[in-house]
Every structure is written in C-alpha cells, then in structure tokens.
Write a protein that binds this ligand. Sequence first.
Ligand code: HEM
Length: 141
Amino acid sequence: MVTIADVKNVQTSWNSIKDKWETDHGLNFYTTLFDDVPEIKSAFVKAGNKTDYQVKGQAVRFGRMVTEWIDNLDNEEALVAKINGMCATHRTRGITNVDLFEVALGELVKYIAGKTSFTKAQRESWAVVNGCIIQTMRNYF
Ligand code: HEM
C-alpha cells in the first residue's frame, strides 16, 4: 500500500531533478539505460531513434509521463488511466514485457539516487510506488 509519506518521498526526490530532466538528466539517463539494457536500446533503434537529438526527444516524453504519474500518486483513478494509456501505446509496438518496464523504473531510481542525496526512506518509498505501478501494468498486459 502506498502511504501519504511514500507519495511525499517520491514527489520530493523526483521534483528535485525534474527541472533539469529535459536539459540534462533525460539524455544522460537514456544513455545509461541503453548501456545497461540492450533489449530496451534495440526497441528504440528499431523505432528509428539513432541520434542523440532523437533519444533526447524520447527522454523528454518519458520524463513528462513520469511526472504525470508522480503528480497523480494520490489519485488512483487518474494514475491507473495514465499507466494504462502508456501500456496501450507500447502494446501497439509489440512491447508488452513488464519485466523490461520494471528494469527501466529500477534504472530510474538508480539514476536519481546517484544525482540526489537519496534518503533510505525515499529509496523504500520508490520501491513501494514502483511496485504498484508495475502491478498496474501486469493487470493491463
Ligand atoms: C516506465 C517505463 C516507460 C515509460 C514511462 C515510457 C514512456 C514512453 C512515452 C511517453 C513514449 C512516447 C509516447 C508513445 O509513443 O508511446 C514512449 C515511446 C516509446 N517507448 Fe516507452 N516508456 C517506458 C518503457 C519502455 C520500455 C521498457 C521500452 C522497450 C522495451 C520502451 C520503448 C518505447 C519505444 C520503442 C517508443 C517509441 C519510440 C519512437 O516512436 O521513436 N518504453 N515511451
């Protein structure tokens, strides 16, 4: 169960890097993500993303989606609708392996932890929140 404290912990840590996501962090995150998870990289290459400019565009879209989720952690109906919407667009591309989404969110936590003074409580809250997001995806797929 996601508590009010979890919502606050996740929002605080995401908000602390969000403002520089589109200028700095987004492309850095995707570069690391692609290095760590070749299967995710190949899905993007297959979709035509070859240049940093293109990947940065994807990072911006990813960041905006994450922001929408995090802003709505206390609004279950809206959150589920947004997650399901993302699942639907990915399913049209044949991307339905929830394990890969789980890995991507784990990489995001790792990235944020490396850029902020992540507290133990924040780390634990991300685990709870990501668990709920992933469960919503499993229900969808
Ligand atoms: C929490 C995890 C993820 C989030 C928030 C996310 C979000 C998004 C968003 C917002 C878009 C653009 C809108 C759209 O066309 O759907 C997108 C596109 C895409 N995503 Fe994801 N995604 C995630 C995970 C993944 C994973 C795990 C893969 C691959 C295995 C993937 C592959 C793609 C591809 C190939 C595109 C299209 C790229 C293009 O059109 O050039 N995504 N994603």
